[in-house]
Design a protein around this ligand. Structure first.
Ligand SMILES: [Zn+2]
Length: 302
């Protein structure tokens, strides 16, 4: 059976939106993620799917019970960093501190030291090749931050469609699981999840994934706020200014259209494919071995 790698980027939409809106208590936990996590975990149980959860450190700090529950239900624990700032907006030292903090929080709650990482907004690019050296230093063995999306500037060049071993410029070996893409008339179209599942018909996503080249990556992603049954609202404090309310409304308008399609797409895919963790794929690839490619300091895979 055709296998896909399932992942959930475990973050609180409200934390991120409230921080962007400049609210002082943006990091506080709220009821929405609790409900979304329960719904996500129940749905994965019903589908018989074990997934990889890329846990955001600041969200784990606010919702330790939910993170414990993810581990207790048998899902794989990986890191999404701590504060959800894009890698190319950080210095190497800031990035190191962010990842180290995420590892400490995640390990403290689950007892598992993560070895897999995904960058916020897939933001490891040609300008931040050093990120892999930082990750290797902190004991990470694999990454899934490469997504062939036109929204990512300065992408690393020469990225294969298949999972691949590579040597980062510091000399350590890692594996990369690029997000799944479909080739449509010679152009790569991202079909791995998130906002794309909100607009593409699920039959088209399934057929693109079924028709991908032999060995091509089947790495997928979604978020608890896309799988939860209730719509997203910024929930601003009483007395919020009109400007803030308008901003909050705009965030909801951006996040809600097509959101319900995401769960439907996942259920549809689970009927036709075997969905498993990235860690299982990593073990499998490692067993078969592969001569690593090499990532240059300039940001090309050769
Ligand atoms: Zn994220």
């Amino acid at each position: 059976m055709n296998t896909l790698l399932m992942s959930v980027d475990f973050e609180d939409w409200h934390q991120i939106v409230h921080r962007r809106l400049g609210l002082a208590d943006w990091h506080r936990p709220g009821p929405a993620l609790r409900r979304q996590s329960r719904e996500t975990l129940d749905m994965l149980d019903r589908l018989g799917v074990r997934a990889t959860f890329f846990i955001l450190g600041m969200t784990a700090d606010a919702y330790p019970r939910e993170v414990e529950e993810i581990a207790a239900r048998g899902h794989e624990i990986a890191s999404h960093g701590y504060a959800h700032y894009r890698v190319f907006d950080q210095s190497p030292d800031e990035f190191h501190a962010d990842i180290a903090k995420s590892v400490e929080v995640i390990e403290g709650i689950t007892g598992v030291r993560p070895v897999g990482y995904r960058a916020p907004a897939f933001s490891i690019n040609r300008r931040t090749v050093w990120a892999y050296e930082v990750l290797a230093d902190l004991g990470f063995l694999w990454d899934s931050s490469q997504n062939d999306s036109p929204r990512i500037p300065n992408r690393i060049q020469g990225i294969p469609e298949t999972p691949y071993a590579f040597t980062e410029p510091g000399g350590a070996e890692m594996w990369e699981f690029p997000l799944a893409v479909a080739q449509v008339r010679g152009r790569a179209v991202p079909v791995a999840g998130g906002s794309y599942w909100r607009v593409l018909p699920r039959r088209m996503v399934a057929s693109a994934l079924r028709g991908r080249a032999p060995g091509a990556s089947g790495a997928l992603y979604t978020h608890p706020y896309e799988l939860g049954s209730r719509g997203l609202r910024a929930d601003l404090p009483p007395g919020a200014s009109a400007r803030l309310r308008l901003n909050g409304l705009a965030r909801g308008l951006k996040a809600n259209p097509g959101r319900r399609r995401v769960a439907k797409c996942l259920r549809y895919l689970a009927r036709d494919f075997r969905l498993t963790t990235y860690g299982e794929a990593f073990d499998e690839h490692q067993r078969h071995g592969q001569r690593p490619r090499s990532l240059s300091r300039e940001g090309s895979i050769v």
